[in-house]
Design a protein around this ligand. Sequence first.
Ligand SMILES: [Mg+2]
Length: 321
Amino acid sequence: MAGEFDLIARYFNWPAQGEGVSLSVGDDAALLSVKAQHQLAISVDTLVSGVHFPVNTHPADIGHKALSVNVSDMAAMGAEPRWFTLALTLPEYNTAWLEGFSAGLKQAADDYGVDLIGGDTTRGSQTITVQIMGEVTPAAALKRSAAKLGDVIFVTGTLGDAAAGLALAQGDSSIYASGEKRAYHDYCIQRLNRPTARTVESRIIRQYAHACIDVSDGLLQDLMHVLKASQCGAVINTDDIPFSEALSSLHPPEQCLQYALTGGDDYELLFTVPDDQCDGFIKAMSEQQLSCQAIGYITDDAEQIINQYSHLLTATGFQHF
Ligand SMILES: [Mg+2]
């Protein structure tokens, strides 16, 4: 498994903590056991330097985010994240970068309770690929295609922070170098660089929801994936879209909405709950102090969402179907 620099063995060979790992890093393949009555959920995501994160992003943040965005896909499926593999392409052997990246990745692995079970390294433009594996019972799996007429549409957390963070990271951040806005600035950057996969929320959501997706490309685009797969439409009450105090302090409402609808990298969950299950769901979430917000409902008019936001869709070059 180790590549030309033997990097996996040197920087990424942690003992497996969780269940199901018979053989981890160091052989030609890992050996895993999936729990009885469960299915294996698998997803892969690649981060390219300068495309998926600014080139000056701290390596520890890159390591943490590379795993978080994959764990987020498990949360969106209603699956428990268990194991991951890492494919690392680097232009050079940079010890400081590798130590930072490894520390961030390990932190995320500990945060989410997942084990690194193998990997590969190559030389080239900086690219990080993580493949995540999780376990889910067939009944709990949250498919995009499962939204039903009348379902209430919810999101976890707040939207738009990461897009605002990206604008700040790419722009002149010295404008917030001091004063009260500095804390809001830092918050949005943190949301961009250290997204939190909603694994805790997912454990409740999967007991109630029909369909679910994680918001990686902006609310509108990810909602569209659900609507297309479920062959239905939606009405979104834009006044109900949750913004953080940081976002609404830095930007006027129109800009907050634009970031939430068409920005990316929030990694909140968007999901649909049958109307008669909403009370129980909201109670279960609030008992664990987990935030969620109803923002609309599912309709049988597949064109509805398009008509409502046509100006924003046009402005961002959004392609439907
Ligand atoms: Mg996803």
